[in-house]
Design a protein around this ligand. Structure first.
Ligand code: SAM
Length: 414
């Protein structure tokens, strides 16, 4: 199974073939949709011989079934890729994909990658759905990446969130992006209408949720309620501003904080929480550190992090670019936690890390390929890969989250 969700096989002529809807061990007929001299791409059109024991029937009506999903890619929702894969097998594939990336891209020999921490019930978890309007109603992007599919079900979404999506109707242009967010434990919902094009005039929406509009300059105006929602995380109430990052899976966000805390260990000394967002990990880090400096570039996230970590005397928050903040913080950092966006560490951040050389780096990643690239770069300045713990933040999709521990034994800051 490859990163991206397709299965990799060999065609009769020996060409590598990426097969959507395929499963390891199966022999299948493939409808080829893209042919190149060295590889081809397509979808599974019929198993020859026995189906894999990993194969299950999809739960969602908008996922459909193979090969119908491949034959009409504009008709089926593209949000999930793996509803045809048994859940235990999904967890195994996420582990293998990470191990493979760390080996091939990261240059780590036999990397220690633990079994993926999964969800007890891998459904009803998504606290955020980004939709685009079609005929005034929310739609999700189809398998073809273009067409919008109107949905009446989404078994991976928090049910109360789906109720807000289903009830939404507005006289707004087709393609308008409307994001629905909810506190899974509080039921507090927020609808974010993206009007960066400046085309939304007066809006009339009947909803019990808060509604905000993001204007052409990124400014947030409140149409109803307030500009954030409240969630319960680790037993405490946290505020999540309209455009700030928060993990889409509240329960697994709690597990992630536990894993990061364990990766640091007690007595971690002086720690930097880089890319801290609304401070979701900061409290867990502070509990095992002398001091924590937490940094994020998003002003609304930092303001929320100040409130969300309120009362923790050993936490300092900085609004700004990670590379610049690390430069200011200077040497003497024992451990650095990084949780960058999908693109991983940028060159400027990497250069400052090379000068600071914290003994331990705890790298939280949602993208195995950029994690592996950065592990290779950090390896070239003396960091050894110690462990990677995958967590299933995104069941039924190929996406994965992981926590990697890197150690620099010569840094003198153990
Ligand atoms: C994957 S989120 C992690 C948030 C947080 N650790 C959490 O668990 O919720 C990445 C964060 O990086 C921030 N970010 C992106 N580029 C940045 C930069 N150059 N400097 C500082 N923060 C940045 C974003 O605002 C976002 O909050």
């Amino acid at each position: 199974m490859a990163h991206g969700g397709e299965c990799v096989g060999r065609a009769d002529d020996g060409r590598a073939t990426f097969v959507a809807g395929g499963l390891p061990g199966e022999t299948t007929q493939v409808v080829v949709t893209e042919a190149r001299p060295r590889f081809q791409r397509g979808y599974a059109a019929g198993t020859i011989g026995a189906a894999s024991p990993e194969r299950v029937a999809a739960t969602c009506q908008h996922f459909g079934a193979w090969p119908a999903r491949g034959a009409a890619p504009g008709a089926w929702c593209g949000g999930c890729q793996w509803q045809h894969v048994a859940y235990d097998a999904q967890l195994g594939h996420k582990r293998s994909i990470l191990r493979d990336a760390l080996e091939r891209i990261g240059g780590v020999g036999a990397p220690a990658v633990a079994a993926t921490i999964g969800m007890p019930t891998p459904w009803g978890y998504r606290n955020k759905l980004r939709t685009r309007l079609v005929g005034g109603r929310p739609g999700l992007v189809a398998v073809d990446g273009r067409t919008l599919v109107r949905i009446s079900a989404c078994p991976i979404a928090v049910p109360a969130l789906l109720a807000h999506v289903a009830a939404f109707e507005a006289d707004l242009p087709d393609g308008t992006e409307v994001t629905f967010r909810i506190g899974e434990r509080t039921g507090d919902a927020l609808i974010v209408i993206d009007d960066r094009e400046g085309v939304v005039g007066e809006i009339e929406v009947e909803s019990e949720a808060s509604i905000v509009i993001i204007g052409p300059e990124g400014e947030v105006s409140i149409a109803a309620g307030r500009s954030f929602y409240v969630e319960q995380l680790g037993g405490a109430a946290i505020g999540v501003p309209a455009t700030a990052f928060f993990q889409v899976n509240t329960g697994m966000a709690e597990r992630l904080a536990e894993v990061v805390q364990a990766a640091l260990g007690p007595g971690s000394g002086r720690v930097v929480d880089a890319y801290c967002g609304i401070g979701t990990l900061t409290g867990a880090i502070a509990a095992v550190s002398d001091t924590v400096v937490a940094v994020d570039i998003d002003a609304s996230a930092v303001a929320a992090a100040v409130a969300n970590t309120g009362g923790l005397a050993n936490v300092t928050l900085i609004e700004g670019d990670v590379a610049e903040a690390l430069e200011e913080i200077g040497p003497g950092v024992n451990a650095l936690v990084v949780d960058p966006p999908r693109g991983g560490l940028d060159a400027a951040a990497g250069a400052v890390v090379a000068r600071m050389l914290p003994a331990r780096i705890v790298y939280v990643s949602c993208e195995p390929t950029t994690l592996a690239r950065d592990v290779r770069a950090l390896g070239s300045i003396g960091y050894a890969h110690r462990s990677t713990q995958p967590l299933d933040m995104f069941p039924q999709t190929y996406h994965s989250e992981s926590v990697t521990v890197l150690q620099h034994d010569a840094s003198g800051l153990a």
